[in-house]
Design a binder for this molecule. Structure first.
Ligand code: FES
Length: 241
């Protein structure tokens, strides 16, 4: 196999298997300068081991299904280029802090249950309302939530802080961000009541952990900003009694 420069080009995948004591190694040809980790996993499954388990759907960084840990860092397999590690070894593990179901496939239920437990879902002020509210581009709401938009619920953030925060404990990074967006959502009826419910858990969140979660977020969502703004909103609410 030759790469685009005409030299031998392969990458070695060192992949975690369901049994933590097992690892599989695959020597995968680099078929394109644009090949991604997901391409290499697919090659390994098609050519070496049809039982290799990993998950993906969109292949364009939108669904979050392919999130794994690559060389110790959370990333989307479909968005991580093989080009920069030509000739090297990639250690690929499932996301941390979530139960492994099969090889690189984790059970995402604790992540979504965490969002539900944090009340990070719309409580409609007017349940029968069907129109979508217009948020003007220059409004406070828009400028506050614009950068926080785009979470793909991949679980990378909770994996990055799994050593100090259990996925099913308290308010996690993704929930924190969603709660901030809901605080500026005019259709939401929970408002101050929700802020009161989550105040203690938000104040207990460590800034360092949130910064680490932010550093691996594939959607580049400013989670540290979300924490600051949510704390500020809670403080304003407390001042108003
Ligand atoms: S396959 Fe959808 S984000 Fe990677």
């Amino acid at each position: 196999m030759t790469d685009i420069a005409g030299s031998k080009a392969t990458v070695t995948l060192d992949v975690a298997r369901t049994n933590p004591a097992d690892r599989s190694h695959f020597e995968v040809p680099m078929q394109s300068a644009y090949a991604r980790v997901l391409d290499a996993l697919n090659w390994a499954r098609e050519n070496e081991d049809p039982t290799l388990g990993f998950r993906y759907a969109c292949r364009v960084g939108m669904c979050g299904a392919c999130a794994v840990v690559i060389n110790g860092r959370e990333a989307l397999a479909c968005q991580t280029s093989l080009g920069e590690i030509d000739g090297g070894t990639l250690r690929i593990e499932p996301l941390r802090g979530l139960p492994t179901r099969h090889d690189l496939i984790v059970d995402m239920r604790p992540f979504f249950e965490g969002l539900a437990r944090a009340e990070a879902a719309l409580r409609p002020r007017e349940p029968d309302r069907r129109d979508l509210p217009v948020i003007p581009p220059a409004s406070n709401e828009r400028t506050t939530i614009e950068a926080q938009n785009g979470c793909i619920t991949c679980g990378a953030c909770v994996s990055a802080i799994a050593d100090e925060a259990k996925v099913d404990d308290g308010v996690g990074p993704a929930a924190l961000n969603r709660l901030l967006m809901l605080a500026f959502e005019e259709r939401d009826g929970a408002g101050a009541a929700r802020l009161k419910e989550i105040a203690a858990e938000v104040h207990s969140l460590g800034g360092d952990a949130i910064a680490r979660a932010e550093s691996v977020c594939p959607a580049a969502i400013p989670l540290s900003t979300a924490l600051e703004k949510l704390k500020s909103l809670i403080a304003d609410h407390d001042d108003q009694g």
